[in-house]
Design a protein around this ligand. Structure first.
Ligand SMILES: Nc1ncnc2c1ncn2[C@@H]1O[C@H](COP(=O)(O)OP(=O)(O)O)[C@@H](O)[C@H]1O
Ligand SMILES: [Mg+2]
Length: 243
């Protein structure tokens, strides 16, 4: 959780001709993208299209093979900023509040602010009242909410989520999406991937469609879902873009 510093000016996140190869296999191919302040950007695309790799590069966890990524005009470094939540978060063997306190410490938030910040974050993610509960006793859905609170502990203005609802049932998914909308409404930039078209429809302000490591379509979600501009976009919406 020490990736959650530098609160402002991490945006826009800009990909300039970013390619990524694993050994010699091309995984991402000349990606040009800008993530700006505003409603959530949702990465969609078939399994294996490069969503996770793109997110990891955006967070600075992977370095592009060629091209560059900048955050607010500066180079990415591991402590750049941005909280993140993956599909299966790991909870520390502590209380719910203790998990957040740990993240606050890691983000160098002054101790005197911890208690009020814990209350604020728990309210934001819909876990008010559960501070004393052992984190590992929470349901899968509640653990995802706690993971969100931890990711936001350092006051990050950007939140990355990689298929965060993949293991949740429909009710827990809905609850999680409500929290994402709350977070976005606070002005935090959400960049997330999903394989769930319904979720993309519900959350996205902007979509990025990946196919075989390339961005094939990007734009306002309303436009994309009404009339995609590309053949791949039309196929994807029809459930016909499988690989
Ligand atoms: N380190 C790696 N070595 C080899 N292949 C990889 C590596 N990381 C990802 N890939 C491959 O790159 C492609 C994109 O993967 P990923 O970014 O996980 O896609 P997605 O998240 O859209 O399913 C997949 O074919 C995957 O198998
Ligand atoms: Mg993935």
């Amino acid at each position: 959780m020490k990736h959650t510093r530098s609160p402002h000016s991490d945006l826009p996140i800009r990909f300039e001709d970013v390619s990524y190869n694993a050994n010699t296999i091309p995984i991402l191919d000349r990606i040009n993208l800008v993530f700006e302040a505003g409603p959530p950007t949702v990465l969609i695309g078939p399994n294996g299209s490069g969503k996770t790799t793109l997110l990891r590069i955006a967070m600075g966890l992977l370095t592009p093979s060629t091209g560059q990524v900048t955050w607010g005009g500066r180079g990415v470094h591991l402590t750049a900023g941005g909280g993140f939540v993956f599909q299966r978060p790991t909870m520390l063997r502590r209380s719910v509040g203790g998990n957040i306190r740990y993240a606050l410490k890691a983000a160098s938030v002054p101790r005197a602010l911890h208690d009020s910040r814990i209350r604020e974050l728990l309210t934001l993610v819909g876990l008010a009242g559960l501070a004393e509960r052992p984190a590992r006793r929470l349901s899968g859905g509640e653990q995802q909410h706690l993971a969100l609170a931890r990711a936001l502990a350092g006051n990050s203005r950007v939140l990355f989520l990689d298929e965060p609802t993949a293991s949740l049932d429909p009710a827990a998914t809905k609850a999680f999406e409500d929290v994402i909308q709350n977070i976005a409404a606070q002005g935090i930039k959400v960049v997330m991937s999903t394989h769930d078209l319904g979720e993309a429809r519900r959350l996205a302000g902007e979509v990025v469609l990946l196919h075989r490591g390339q961005v094939v379509e990007t734009g306002a979600a309303l436009v994309f879902f009404m009339s995609p501009l590309t053949l791949e976009g039309r196929k994807f919406l029809a459930g016909d873009l499988l690989l």
